[in-house]
Design a protein around this ligand. Structure first.
Ligand SMILES: NC(=O)c1ccc[n+]([C@@H]2O[C@H](COP(=O)([O-])OP(=O)(O)OC[C@H]3O[C@@H](n4cnc5c(N)ncnc54)[C@H](O)[C@@H]3O)[C@@H](O)[C@H]2O)c1
Length: 315
């Protein structure tokens, strides 16, 4: 039996996978604990933070301002975006402004770029953070809510990249940060739509890197994809976790500490950031397990949590 070159390459890839896993673990630990603090300066650059009026988005906006970066705080909730701007103004000497925009609309994103350019200058840092995490009814979500989650969590990344990448190409530098999730690395029951959007973000960012390599003007545009587990930023998520007893499964991180880690990693041009550090290699290892085992394990864990909280309603 003779093997084709593709088949030989596949066999070699499989054989060296354990080595790659060990390297990936070591890289995560190195990034977290040993890499130097800063490698690039973002002072004077202009960043757009979507969902900047919310928990993690606000913390990221503050962290960017701490490094001298001007910040366009974008949110559908204008009052909360203004609060972020106020906090930045009270603490840092950078230019900042709040923008009420629905990032699911391509036309609004085009308009946003125009007004930010007039107000602050050309934005060359894009942080795609806005996201919808939970439905009002987790068992039978409303189709309108489902569509909205897809639009906010995934489609908006495609619109904003299309619009703001042009600014970055003009100056030959820039950085696109995407807030993904552990839900983009593994199958979490009752979150199939959320996980689909986050798997989508992961695929989008992964492919984007290859596309950037293909264009001479994009060689210095960097990307960072972030995979947080659970944060204290969204009270709805914390309530759901408490209700279902899942707070024992996940380690809850503070939004401020995650934002610190994100900007630290961005300044060092880290490609992927797991929070906590070993989350990405851990989830990737689990992907190698037979699907039947993972299905049973996940379903059992989540069902027992639900039964504890909902009792007789769930048989
Ligand atoms: N909270 C967690 O435990 C957790 C875990 C993993 C990943 N994440 C991801 O982190 C990101 C931030 O989460 P968070 O906890 O800060 O959420 P949050 O709900 O506190 O903030 C999200 C912000 O996005 C804004 N937003 C929603 N729709 C918008 C739209 N159409 N246009 C503009 N702005 C819009 C909201 O008004 C809000 O201010 C999300 O992408 C989320 O999926 C969160």
């Amino acid at each position: 039996m003779s093997l084709s070159r593709i088949e030989i390459a596949k066999i070699i890839s499989i054989l060296i996978t354990p080595v790659m896993i060990v390297l990936s673990v070591l890289q995560s630990l190195y990034n977290k604990f040993l890499r130097s603090e800063n490698v690039k300066s973002i002072a004077g650059e202009i960043a757009v933070v979507t969902g900047g009026g919310g928990g993690l988005g606000r913390a990221i906006s503050m962290e960017l301002a701490k490094h001298g970066c001007h910040v366009a705080v974008v949110d559908i909730n204008y009052e909360e975006a203004q609060k972020t701007v106020q906090l930045i103004n009270e603490n840092y000497k950078v230019n900042t402004k709040a923008y009420k925009i629905d990032i699911t609309s391509y036309d609004e994103v085009v308009r946003l770029n125009k007004i930010i350019t007039d107000d602050l200058g050309k934005a060359t840092i894009l942080v795609n953070n806005a996201g919808i995490i939970a439905f009002s009814d987790i068992f039978k979500p409303d189709p309108i809510e489902i569509q909205r989650m897809i639009n906010v969590n995934l489609t908006s990344h495609i619109w904003t990249k299309r619009v703001f990448l042009e600014n970055m190409k003009e100056v030959g530098k820039g950085h696109i940060v995407a807030i993904c999730s552990t839900g983009g690395l593994g199958p979490f029951p009752l979150s199939s739509v959320y996980c689909s959007t986050k798997y989508g973000v992961r695929g989008f960012m992964r492919t984007l890197r290859v596309e950037l390599r293909m264009d001479e003007k994009c060689r210095d545009i960097k990307t960072t994809t972030v995979f947080p587990t659970v944060m204290d930023t969204n009270s709805g998520v914390l309530d759901d976790l408490n209700k279902c007893n899942w707070n024992t499964i996940f380690q809850i991180q503070s939004g401020v500490s995650v934002a610190y880690r994100i900007i630290q990693g961005m300044l060092r041009n880290e490609v992927n950031i797991g929070v906590p550090a070993l989350e990405i290699p851990y989830m990737k290892c689990i992907e190698f397990w037979p699907a039947e085992i993972i299905d049973r394990m996940m379903a059992k864990t989540f069902l027992s949590g639900l039964k504890n909280s909902l009792g007789k309603q769930l048989k």
